[in-house]
Write a protein that binds this ligand. Structure first.
Ligand SMILES: Cc1cc2nc3c(=O)[nH]c(=O)nc-3n(C[C@H](O)[C@H](O)[C@H](O)COP(=O)(O)O)c2cc1C
Length: 180
């Protein structure tokens, strides 16, 4: 049977290491995973890890030689897309339709009406509770994006509050369910 195709996008959060656990589990359970990263995400996790986990080169640069159409094609290829972790910056960009990098272009070109798109926010509690971010999440949900709520708890900055990435097991299960 053909493998189900997941476009797994990451943005620049400390939670990128948790997202790698989800990518690894997807690959081990028979999914084909293509990772696309913001330049920020690559500050937190290396291309060697991501390519090593998936067997596919990471897509980051819209203008990369021999991949000039990947900012459109990977969205067509995918049966499901997820942004995990979703930073405040990238989800606010999505909500105003900015295509200023590969991850933003892929979002705009993706057919939200036909295929699932999941977002798992991870950020400082103040960033999450800012009206701009709250409005962006509301807008994205109204467009058909499934938002996987973050958890309350201890944050890397020392704050305690909402904004921790949801449990990786839960995110994995959401992906599996959405593809059924
Ligand atoms: C150590 C560290 C951890 C960070 N963690 C987060 C985070 O969890 N969520 C977030 O929204 N931004 C976080 N940031 C800030 C983002 O990396 C920054 O806003 C960046 O511009 C995001 O760009 P991107 O969304 O294009 O990847 C962090 C920055 C640093 C230095």
């Amino acid at each position: 049977m053909a493998k189900r195709r997941v476009l797994f996008k990451m943005s620049g959060s400390i939670a990128c290491y948790k997202a790698c656990q989800i990518v690894s589990r997807l690959v081990q359970t028979g999914y084909e995973v293509q990772v696309a990263c913001t330049h920020g995400a690559l500050q937190f996790i290396g291309e060697a890890t991501l390519e090593g986990l998936t067997g596919r080169p990471v897509f980051t640069d819209t203008y990369e030689r021999a991949r000039m159409m990947d900012h459109i094609e990977l969205g067509r290829w995918a049966e499901l897309a997820i942004l995990c972790p979703a930073t405040a910056h990238t989800l606010n960009r999505f909500a105003v339709g900015l295509a200023d990098d590969a991850v933003g272009s892929l979002f705009l070109a993706y057919d939200l009406a036909k295929k699932p798109y999941l977002i798992a926010p991870a950020m400082n509690q103040g960033m999450l509770q800012h009206p701009a971010t709250r409005e962006a999440l509301r807008k994205l949900a109204a467009w058909g994006v499934r938002v996987i709520s973050s958890e309350e708890g201890w944050q890397a900055c020392g704050d305690i509050g909402p904004g921790r990435l949801a449990d990786p097991d839960l995110i994995y299960r959401e992906i599996v369910e959405a593809l059924k």
